[in-house]
Design a protein around this ligand. Structure first.
Ligand code: KG4
Ligand code: ZN
Length: 338
């Protein structure tokens, strides 16, 4: 089954064609990152307009690159939630028009389910059940993937997402948007114990997390140094911050592995590219006797292929939509409206 998949929830317009959920025939991306960099973050209105400009030619390019004809496309998939509402709407409207015109099923895909499915593309042998640490620019959660479309959220951030904090701290350090990768690079080989930053334990659920206090503490640390004219060890601050994020995430994953007895752990989302988190997760899996799945960096960020992969399993589960499909800025990974 060949699925043409569309992703437009943030600042990348992406169109991919994926066969049977696992084989990527083509994966085209038009990134707007350079455009938003000037503003230090994504400007939603500009993102929506750029998606409209890019999506038609990108879909044509994806089809041409796959060497398939339109008749060989069996379904259209699209990210319908969550994301910047105007941006998601562009993809949803394009997908509805394409499905109608081509007379094929329309498959709505939750963006975070797509991030998780990036692991199916990277690891053909991976099948549920497994545990997945989801860390993106907008979401941070520990998910038990019971089956391809059946999930349980063990814990989530109660405030900021990890990626958002990476980007805010990087911005205060003068790194260009999105600064997570630059902060990660800057931290390499530096002393991660030099700056004492908090590891919070919020709420009653031990799997829940909080990052806003850590973000504020790191930013205060930078501002304080500026005010008293102290020279900061920037690489050490980046390393200390990354270590605090990792120490918030990975012990909870370890607890979840031990409690659920699952023997497989994967990671998903843009922050899954972080070197310290990857190393810590690897060590955590080893100590629990679990297999670890760390997708290549290209599959960690937003892309269309991950939507095409998850779409196949949504289709098998009967999760298709009609022309009343809408876009949602927020929606739970489990499917119900927030
Ligand atoms: O999943 P994603 O592409 O977009 C969302 O769905 O939100 O994630 C983007 C996030 C950004 O916050 C970016 O700074 C972060 O992933 N990121 C990183 C690294 N590479 C990307 N954060 C920390 N370390 C990295 N190496
Ligand atoms: Zn994403």
């Amino acid at each position: 089954m060949n699925i043409l998949a569309i992703e437009s929830s943030c600042d990348e317009t992406a169109v991919a064609i994926v066969r049977d959920g696992r084989k990527v025939l083509t994966d085209c991306i038009a990134s707007q990152v350079a455009l938003h960099r000037e503003y230090g973050g994504v400007v939603p209105e500009i993102a929506s307009r750029k998606h409209i400009e890019a999506i038609y030619s990108l879909a044509d390019a994806a089809l041409a690159e796959s060497k398939l004809t339109r008749r060989e496309i069996d379904a259209i998939a699209v990210t319908y939630a969550p994301g910047l509402i105007g941006a998601v709407l562009v993809g949803v409207n394009f997908a509805k028009a394409a499905a109608l015109a081509m007379d094929v099923p329309l498959i709505p895909v939750h963006h975070i389910r797509g991030h998780i499915a990036a692991n199916y593309l990277a690891f053909p042998e991976l099948e549920p059940p497994f545990l997945c640490l989801v860390v993106s620019g907008g979401h941070t959660m520990i998910v038990e993937v019971k089956d391809y479309t059946v999930m349980r959220i063990l814990g989530t951030t109660l405030d900021d997402a990890a990626g958002e904090c990476f980007d805010k701290v990087a911005r205060v350090l003068g790194m260009p948007y999105p600064g997570g990768a630059a902060l990660d690079r800057c931290s390499q080989g530096a002393d991660s114990t030099k700056y004492a930053l908090p590891r919070s334990k919020p709420g009653a659920n031990p799997y829940d997390m909080s990052f806003s206090g850590l973000k504020t503490a790191a930013i205060n640390c930078i501002h304080h140094a500026e005010q008293v004219g102290e020279r900061m060890d920037i690489p050490a601050l980046c390393a200390s911050f990354s270590a605090a994020v990792s120490d918030t995430l990975v012990p909870r994953v370890e607890m979840a592995l031990r409690e659920t007895g699952l023997k497989k752990v994967a990671i998903a989302g843009g922050v899954a590219a972080n070197s310290r988190i990857r190393t810590a997760l690897l060590a955590c899996a080893q100590s629990c006797g679990a297999s670890v799945y760390l997708p290549p960096l290209k599959l960690c960020g937003d892309n269309g292929a991950m939507i095409g992969s998850q779409a196949y399993y949504e289709y098998l589960a009967g999760h298709t939509a009609d022309m009343t499909l809408n876009a949602y800025a927020t929606k739970s990974l489990l499917g119900e409206a927030l």
